[in-house]
Each structure stands twice: as structure tokens, then as C-alpha cells.
Ligand binder design. Structure first.
Ligand SMILES: C[S@@+](CC[C@H](N)C(=O)[O-])C[C@H]1O[C@@H](n2cnc3c(N)ncnc32)[C@H](O)[C@@H]1O
Length: 198
């Protein structure tokens, strides 16, 4: 079976650069949440929790789910070190596993680019989101200079809007919110946030 690259990265994932980028993402997700508090958040592909742990006070409960067992372990260590009592973790890959989980908000930050069949994952996330809930995707804008066999080279806004609508979501809105140096495979790039409702 093919080795999960994130398993090998997990212990050293939280570098200064990744923390800086995650803080920018967290700021934009907070804008999207608009100061409201919600019941449950599913941080899908949440990694070491760099984004969702900073949102802990806006949700009654957070479930960080990730396909890498080692990333989940790293997140668990941080949860117990920081005493974050409303966050739980789950080893889950919705491209392979079934779940009957549900959530009021689903966050998918820098995950979609690693998922070969994004349409299939978005359909599973649609099933998982509660009626009236909000899906928030953060990812890179399409970058024509990037070419990697395992990673999408970002997405156009039209592509994302189309896939969200095909999966059943309504009111899809996509906006670029950050341009940065060397942030996508060592190239200057920009990131978008997409929000949609069920
Ligand atoms: C670049 S990291 C982003 C982590 C975190 N969301 C953040 O913004 O800091 C991508 C994460 O997605 C996870 N991932 C990749 N494919 C996945 C899948 N099919 N299901 C769940 N998680 C996945 C990886 O294990 C990794 O933790």
C-alpha cells in the first residue's frame, strides 16, 4: 500500500511558515463566520489543527478528521497539551470510508488539492453537512506553472463553483483573499475561500 506522505511529515509539520499561513487562513475563516457561534465544526483534513484550534471558542464542539494517522496523533498531542476540551479527533478518509457523522459547519483547508476525485469528496461532505449548514473550502487559485502528479495545481473559481453546485450545495461564493511568496510548492501564489450552504 502506498505510504501517506503526511504520516512522514506529521512530527515536523508545524513550521513557522505553515503557522503563518494558517493564521492568515484562520483570519479569513473568522471573517466568513462573521462573529457567530455555531454548534459543531468538522475540520476535514484538519492536519495538526493549525486552523481549527484557533476557532475553538466559536464552536460548541470540533471534530478534527484526517486520513493520516500520524497527523491525527500530532493533533491529539496538542489538544491534551493545551487542554482543549471541546475538540476530538478521528482517523477518516471519506474517499474510502463511510461515515454517518454530521456537522453544522465543515472546513476543508488546503485538502482538496490532495484529493484526486474532488467531486466524489464534495458529494460525501454534502451528505455530512446538516441542513442549513455551511461548507468552507480554502485552497490555492489555479497556478499554471505548477505540475505535480499527486497534487492539483489549484482550482479556478468557476471550477469550484461548478463542483459545489453539482454536489448539491447552494449559494456558492468564491473569493481570493491572499497573495503570498513561495506559498504553493515554492512559488508565489494566491488562495481562495469558497463558502456554500446546504
Ligand atoms: C496541507 S495539510 C492541511 C492541514 C490543515 N487543514 C491546515 O490547513 O493546516 C493537508 C491535510 O489533508 C489531509 N488529507 C489529504 N487527503 C485526505 C483525504 N482524502 N481525507 C482526509 N484528509 C486528507 C492530509 O493528511 C493533511 O493532514
Amino acid at each position: 500500500m502506498e505510504e501517506n506522505v503526511f504520516n512522514a511529515m506529521a512530527k515536523k509539520y508545524d513550521t513557522a511558515d505553515r503557522i503563518e499561513l494558517a493564521n492568515i487562513i484562520t483570519g479569513e475563516v473568522k471573517n466568513e463566520l462573521n462573529g457567530r457561534t455555531y454548534g459543531s465544526l468538522l475540520d476535514y483534513g484538519g492536519g495538526t489543527g493549525l486552523v481549527s484550534f484557533e476557532l475553538a471558542d466559536q464552536f460548541e464542539s470540533i471534530l478534527l478528521a484526517d486520513a493520516s494517522a500520524e497527523m491525527v496523533k500530532a493533533a491529539e498531542g496538542k489538544i491534551s497539551d493545551r487542554g482543549l476540551d471541546n475538540i476530538e479527533t478521528l482517523h477518516l478518509d471519506l474517499t474510502k470510508d463511510y461515515t454517518d457523522l454530521n456537522a453544522d459547519v465543515i472546513l476543508v483547508s488546503l485538502v482538496l488539492l490532495h484529493v484526486p476525485d474532488t467531486a466524489d469528496l464534495l458529494r460525501s461532505l454534502y451528505k455530512t453537512l446538516n441542513e442549513g449548514g455551511r461548507l468552507i473550502i480554502v485552497d490555492f487559485d489555479k497556478h499554471p506553472e505548477i505540475d505535480h502528479p499527486k497534487v492539483h495545481n489549484g482550482f479556478t473559481h468557476e471550477e469550484i463553483r461548478g463542483r459545489l453546485m453539482e454536489a448539491g450545495f447552494d449559494d456558492a461564493e468564491v473569493r481570493t483573499f491572499h497573495h503570498g511568496k513561495n506559498i504553493f510548492m515554492n512559488k508565489d501564489a494566491s488562495m481562495f475561500l469558497a463558502g456554500a450552504t446546504k
